[in-house]
Design a protein around this ligand. Sequence first.
Ligand SMILES: [Zn+2]
Length: 470
Amino acid sequence: MYDLVIRGGLVVTPEGVVHADVAVLGGRIARVEPGIRDPAAQEVVADGLHVLPGAVDAHVHLGVPIAGTWSRDDHRTGTLAALCGGVTTVGDFTVQDPGEGLVASIERRRDAASSGTWSDWFLHANVTSVTPAVLDEVPLAVASGVRSFKVFLAYPGMRIGPEVLREVLRRVGAAGGLLMAHCEDQDVVDRAVAERVARGLVAARHFFGSRPPEAEARAIEVLGGIARDLGHPAYVVHLSSAAGLRAALDARRAGARLHIETCPQYLLLSPRPPRGLRPEHLVCAPPLRRTRDRIALLRALARGDIEVLATDHCPFTSSQKAAGAHDFRRVPGGLPGVETLLPLAYDLALRGALPLERLARVLAEAPARLFGLEDRKGAVREGLDADLVLADPAGETRVTATRLHSATDCNPYEGRALRGRLTAVYLRGRLAAAPGPDGRMEPAMGRPSGAYVTAAHDPASRSRHHDGTP
Ligand SMILES: [Zn+2]
């Protein structure tokens, strides 16, 4: 007797799309095969629907201080937005205070989410205050289940230079961790910003040229060279440009184990704001690029050179963004993204721009594997958590901020009509979100039931859930 059987759907796996039933027992996927006849406590008919893996958004920022303000989504609203968009697991980042230890920053971040999360979540450790004592803690962090670490090659106060980067990668790699890097060369950015300031070009619309693609390419060259020397893997977050892509692929060809992530905004948004929004609404770093960059990245994602699609979710309200309308240096940088990630990728798939099995890889299989969650998350596969999304390819989704759950009043995809529509989201086998009477996705659980998930620190051991069921 199964808890749930989803019958007759088109199951999207990393290997392809298959007609199969999905049986769930105890929160896990028990079987994926056609014609499961065993009885079930609940049966769902999914004729004509896709059965997608719950998405793993490996890159979200929940409640972080930026430019004198705070990003609007906290752990509660950000994970509610995630769940209602079919993202069943999010990867959040610690915020390391100056001089704070890594383990302390991890514990503080877990405490910040103690009021509960709607989706499952895991943590990456920011390494923004690098001291010998902090580096000594890397193995401890890995043993605690946080095995990904992020450094910044940009931003005064946080950036690290090549020698420190080499040492951090050496320590993270030796501990079996994965180093993530924000790749923009601050010196290139500083020159471009100074040139604009000297000409008085500081309104928000002048932001987009102030962080040129060469800054990204230059930083990736440095990271790639060090990764190749050391033989340890590294992960480029939010790749934005064709020049950056070329630098990353060159580094790979030279032997670096470089993993690449991009975000929907670098595939789909131009610096020209949609109706109702202003340039400052679209300020994020790296910035939105040109058409040829978007085309190059989408092709690289579709053919597998870019392995992960995540969002860098970090929303602000119109009034927060307005503080920088006349001076782009004062705009808090960041966009909402977690709730539209899967609908936008599904639309790309239905339009033929992204094969469905590739969607399953870039939104679930690859992030789960790279961040050590692969024994619980990442695919519609026997033995894994029953994180499932039902989607109707004949439906339509209209993006508008007022129907989304993120705690902001603006959305960069405002007004877009997407092919396809989510019809149910399951978290560990329980219905977690579904369309309400007006068609808006709503939580189906009475309270947040997300679990904190830790990474297996070596491939032989298993990742585990804490403070969640089961
Ligand atoms: Zn980020």
